[in-house]
Design a protein around this ligand. Structure first.
Ligand SMILES: Cc1cc2nc3c(=O)[nH]c(=O)nc-3n(C[C@H](O)[C@H](O)[C@H](O)COP(=O)(O)O)c2cc1C
Length: 340
């Protein structure tokens, strides 16, 4: 029995926040959800790590913010018993809406332990999905790349659907490509046409207009990763059919709120809280205000962020620049930095 989370969520317009290790923690998910994301996905969590204890870091990867709903937890691993146990534990500890299997991570560290290497042995992945389904009544999904070094996405997606995956997300690159070249949306369209479960497409969406164009290839929804860093408004635009790109003051206030959410979520009363992980994120809210960049990449505390943004926080609501005809007119200069 599946919980039907995905089919219910897909009855509304909008886009999905992609899982991104080092980015899609609770504060980023909260902002995306508040701005209209259909659902969000956690950073990947090691199934083995979760089963063998769960230190603070792993707990934080899966821990929801107060009131969080519509958040999928993503697990990686390669052993069916471990994945089954981790699925049960994730359900009990993290209250997710669904559980996703990572089949796309190309980082060498986890080769042989799951991620994209499962694309070389898809039969193992089918076993994992079956084991996960046995462990939970929630929807189980998988997120794949096109293949390891060549496109075998239709075959793999059909196998996953037969194993019981309720939804399949396809990042339109092979693992060998990592983040180079372009996502192949023709290949994603072929998968969408070949399976009878919903397919979500992922790769290189930088504007609401581009998202709408990609949506027309037959996918059930599009997923946005790097293009949503510093830009939760892309979800509002896709939910409401608008082209919202807010003024500088709104973006500065949202960047400050991101810092406040970060401080509240990670506060462990140790006094050691640092906003260093946000140094790569905060400037993305204000790509058109280079004057604040130097200060934002050095922040440690919320007060540092407030001081850096002070000249902008009371800016009256005036458009940052005329809307371009190409989407929401947001420069994507920092986009290439977010590769790994
Ligand atoms: C920094 C970073 C971390 C990522 N971490 C994950 C992850 O934990 N799990 C996953 O399935 N995909 C991960 N991805 C892949 C994204 O979910 C997405 O499929 C890919 O970035 C293409 O979409 P985009 O062009 O919209 O960013 C990551 C991508 C980036 C750039």
């Amino acid at each position: 029995m599946t919980g039907g989370f995905y089919s219910t969520s897909l009855s509304r317009p909008g886009a999905v926040l992609a899982p991104m290790a080092g980015y899609t923690d609770a504060p980023m998910r909260q902002l995306a959800a508040e701005h209209g994301a259909l659902w969000t996905v956690s950073e990947m969590i090691s199934a083995r790590g979760l089963v063998s204890g769960g230190d603070t870091e792993k707990l934080n990867l899966g821990r929801p913010y107060a009131g969080e709903r519509g958040r999928v937890v993503q697990l990686f691993g390669a052993d069916p018993d471990v994945l089954a146990a981790a699925t049960s534990r994730a359900e009990a500890w993290f209250a997710p809406a669904a559980i996703d299997l990572n089949m796309g991570c190309p980082v060498p560290k986890i080769r042989g332990k799951g991620g994209a290497c499962l694309l070389q042995t898809p039969d193992v992945a089918y076993t994992l999905v079956r084991a996960m389904r046995q462990a939970t009544g929630l929807d189980v999904s998988a997120k794949i790349r096109l293949g390891w070094d060549h496109d075998r996405s239709v075959e793999v997606a059909q196998g996953l659907a037969a194993a019981g995956a309720a939804l399949i997300t396809v990042h339109g690159r092979t693992s060998a490509q990592r983040y180079t070249g372009h996502a192949d949306w023709d290949a994603i369209a072929r998968v969408a046409a070949a399976v009878d479960v919903p397919v979500v497409g992922s790769g290189d969406i930088t504007s609401a207009d581009l998202a709408r164009e990609r949506q027309r290839c037959g996918v059930a929804a599009v997923m946005i990763g790097r293009g949503a860093v510093g830009n939760p408004w892309i979800f509002t635009a896709l939910r409401d059919g608008t082209e919202a790109w807010p003024d500088v003051g709104t973006r500065a206030r949202t960047a400050l709120r991101h810092a406040e959410l970060q401080a509240a979520f990670y506060d462990d009363d140790s006094g050691r809280l640092t906003l260093r992980p946000l140094r790569k994120v905060l400037p993305a809210y204000l790509p058109d205000v280079p004057a604040v960049r130097d200060a934002l990449v050095q922040v440690v505390t919320v007060d540092d962020v407030r001081r850096a943004l002070a000249p902008l926080l009371d800016t009256p609501d005036t458009p940052a620049w005329p809307e371009s005809s190409e989407g929401i007119g947001r420069p994507v200069a920092g986009y290439a930095v977010l590769q790994r």
